[in-house]
Write a protein that binds this ligand. Structure first.
Ligand SMILES: *Cc1c(COP(=O)(O)O)cnc(C)c1O
Length: 400
């Protein structure tokens, strides 16, 4: 693919007010106008380059949005206070009472809970489907369907969506294809494959420091303008706005994303190959044994690899819990939810991040009790990490 997302980020230049190499942070909630007419025009959305009020937009938020739009190859983007702030704004904006969503059944627990429990209050219904089966996806589409929703690499089972196939379906049925790309920044560029809207939780790999929550919506100029519309825009009216100081700090972290993703992927691939060889049930899209390996390979920007997420099934929740506690004691990482940190993070999704999903549905989608989800860190010596992890597993009789 000719598209080089990381270079697009590096090509951007922003200077501070005094020639600083970083843009100045806009530390204001409101902005003065020299003429009353310009204020009116700004409300109407007709005064380009003018700022009104920081829930609408701020210079710092626009810088970060532009950088993320460059990364995803969309016209523009709007940053939000959290990933859920981005997801709920998009869904509430695209759907009204009576509308229908077709969603992957393996998605982030919060998104699942929103579609399953919250959106029905507004008479928005969702069909959850196996997103890897395009015929099932198409069969779920009704005349009321407005949105096709999925994650490029799904949480926690790492199923990979065939974005080219899904975007064809979306076009055929006049739906918006909304893709949460949180697990695979740089590796996969959904907009290049026909996604209409690309969302990230910036909380994870993109910020990479586990010091804030944040989100972004990447899309066309028209859609992003609509979201910010003072009269009926979901971002403007629901108010999940990012603070400027935080936008400035995330922009600085974004600059090293390409290097970090390469290291996360390298480390995860090393562990996945070795643990699979050791006979552990290992799920990683980089393994040829992964059911979506081929789909991922055809979509990926090769130099960023298959990402930092992998799962290991150690047989039971008791063993999973014992292993996670022991690994934490040996300083291999932290027993914590979230992902994209320099340290390895691990959790048992069935009892944590996916606990919103009822047990029988967890079983049906292959989410077993002994499953541990790993966000592999930036370890400089992954061979050592592997040997210490393996010794923990031997101690607990998970491996011989
Ligand atoms: C964490 C996460 C979210 C939610 O993001 P927040 O920043 O926590 O609101 C959404 N989607 C995926 C895939 C995530 O991992």
């Amino acid at each position: 693919m000719a598209f080089k997302p990381a270079n697009n980020i590096q090509d951007l230049q922003y200077f501070g007010e005094f020639g600083g190499v970083n843009p100045s942070i806009s530390d204001s909630s409101t902005y003065t106008f020299l003429s009353a007419k310009t204020m009116f025009d700004t409300f109407e959305g007709n005064a380009d380059g003018c700022y009104l009020y920081s829930r609408h937009s701020t210079p710092s938020n626009l810088y970060l949005g532009q950088a993320l739009a460059a990364m995803e190859g969309t016209a523009t983007a709007n940053v939000t206070a959290s990933g859920m702030g981005a997801i709920t704004s998009v869904l509430m904006h695209l759907c009204g009472a009576g509308d229908h969503v077709v969603s992957s059944r393996t998605i982030y627990g919060g998104t699942y809970a929103f579609l399953k429990n919250f959106a029905p209050r507004f008479n928005i219904a969702t069909s959850f489907v196996d997103i890897t089966k395009l015929d099932l996806v198409e069969a779920a589409i009704t005349p009321k369907t407005k949105v096709l929703y999925c994650e490029s690499v799904s949480n926690p089972l790492l199923e990979v969506a065939d974005l080219v196939g899904l975007s064809k379906l979306a076009k055929k049925h006049n739906l918006k294809l909304v893709v949460d790309n949180t697990f695979s920044p740089l590796s996969i560029s959904p907009a290049q494959m026909g996604a209409d809207i690309v969302i990230h939780s910036l909380t994870k790999f993109i910020n990479g420091s586990s010091d804030t929550v944040g989100g972004v919506i990447c899309g066309s100029q028209e859609f992003i303008d609509d979201l910010r519309n003072v009269n009926d825009g979901a971002c403007m009216l629901l108010g999940a706005t990012m603070d400027s100081l935080r936008a400035a700090s995330i922009l600085k972290n974004l600059r090293t994303l390409h290097i970090r993703m390469q290291q996360h992927s390298l480390n995860a691939m090393y562990l996945a190959e070795n643990f699979e060889n050791d006979g552990l049930k290992t799920v990683y899209p980089g393994l040829t044994s992964h059911p979506s390996h081929e789909v991922f390979t055809t979509m990926m920007n090769k130099k960023y690899g298959f990402g930092g997420m992998l799962t290991l099934d150690v047989g039971s929740l008791e063993k999973a819990n014992a292993l996670m506690e022991l690994m934490q004691k040996r300083n291999l990482g932290y027993l914590a939810v979230s992902l994209g940190f320099y340290k390895t993070l691990f959790s048992a999704p069935g009892s944590s991040t996916s606990s919103e999903i009822p047990l029988n549905e967890q079983k049906e989608m292959g989410l077993s009790d002994g499953l541990i989800r790993f966000s592999i860190g930036l370890d400089a010596d992954i061979e050592r990490t592997y040997s210490v992890m393996k010794s923990c597993m031997k101690e607990l009789k998970i491996l011989k």
